[in-house]
Write a protein of this length. Structure first.
Length: 101
């Protein structure tokens, strides 16, 4: 729980800190707090749409929440962002996840 408190304190100082919010989301997933994780991942996506790592993790979370349409939409958006950034590795990972849906 100390890690979550630390990440929250970082976000109090800078609510737009995508890295800390992303890390907080991952902590919530580990604890099974999926609604909290979803809220934080979606905030990263909305505030910083170029934060590429969010798309894969958010899509996986949508799958766990039985939201396949949201997972597909998220992966497709992530692929577009990866192409825009020239990140072929992440693009390939997202495409693989999309194919596995």
């Amino acid at each position: 729980m100390a890690r979550i408190d630390l990440l929250k304190s970082f976000l109090e100082e800078d609510p737009k800190d995508s890295f800390s919010r992303y890390a907080l989301s991952l902590e919530y997933v580990k604890l099974g707090q999926l609604d909290d994780a979803r809220r934080e991942f979606e905030t990263v996506r909305d505030n910083d749409p170029d934060y590429l790592a969010t798309y894969f993790q958010l899509a996986q979370l949508y799958q766990k929440l039985n939201l396949p349409h949201e997972a597909e939409k998220t992966l497709r958006t992530g692929i577009t962002v990866a192409i825009k950034q020239g990140d072929a590795h992440t693009q390939s990972e997202l495409e693989g996840a999309l194919d596995a849906l």
